[in-house]
Design a protein around this ligand. Structure first.
Ligand code: AMP
Length: 215
């Protein structure tokens, strides 16, 4: 168990887009998470396993050593904080952006110019707070856990801060993107103690991932 290497992934996009990188490192996951209910998936290496956790729990698992490594979005990483986490690689997967969006009939630029206090609904309160503080815009943040698009439509908020990929979700809800806060992609994170104890194995994975990314 001591030399076991545990990689934390979330199901869906991050899992799917990490598979080719693992393959480049000679690691193949032996079960399909969409077909199995197992939370611990074996690989073709007896000492490497994948644990499936909720996306927002990946940094927690890695920080406290429940997993040695993990793949997590920059958004999740910033919201969780980076204590105890070594971040060797931007994996350039699950790319999207963090943006501010409002109803198409809301004059965001005028409100900001007037120095109005904005009500902003988001799951990403750290990113939103930092962004508006840097801009000097006063905001009241409303924490939500999902369906942020609904907030401006129901009068819960003037604006939302959310991830945007194609923009289709915003469009379908008559919202427009008014600010791009940052580009988001997924990062490899490593437990700092594991990095010392299992240096050779972890290095091998980091090197194989970065070689695959350079192609
Ligand atoms: P889209 O309609 O393509 O702009 O996608 C926007 C919706 O998908 C939003 O509800 C986002 O929360 C979610 N989303 C898009 N890209 C990502 C990503 N890379 N990671 C997590 N959620 C995403």
């Amino acid at each position: 168990m001591n030399n076991m290497l545990t990689l934390a992934l979330s199901k869906g996009r991050i899992f799917d887009e990490t598979m080719p990188l693992l393959k480049a490192a000679g690691i193949e996951v032996l079960e399909d998470p969409e077909k199995s209910r197992k939370l611990i998936l074996p690989t073709n290496h007896a000492n490497v396993r994948v644990v499936l956790v909720r996306a927002s729990d990946v940094p927690t698992y890695v920080q406290y050593g429940g997993a040695d490594l993990g793949v997590t979005g920059l958004d999740t990483l910033i919201e969780h904080g980076t204590d105890g986490l070594y971040q060797p690689l931007d994996l350039q997967i699950a790319k999207c952006r963090m943006s501010v969006a409002v109803r198409s009939d809301f004059d965001y630029a005028a409100m900001v110019k007037q120095g109005a206090r904005l009500k902003v609904a988001t799951k990403y309160t750290t990113i939103a707070r930092d962004f508006f503080a840097t801009k000097g815009v006063h905001v009241d943040l409303v924490k939500l856990y999902g369906s942020m698009e609904l907030a401006p439509l129901t009068g819960l908020a003037d604006a939302i801060v959310d991830l945007v990929s194609t923009g289709n979700t915003l469009k379908a809800n008559h919202l427009v993107e008014v600010e791009r806060i940052m580009d988001i992609s997924s990062r490899l994170v490593v437990n700092q103690a594991a990095l010392k104890m299992k240096q050779a194995d972890i290095r091998r994975i980091i090197d194989a991932f970065s070689a695959a990314l350079a192609k």
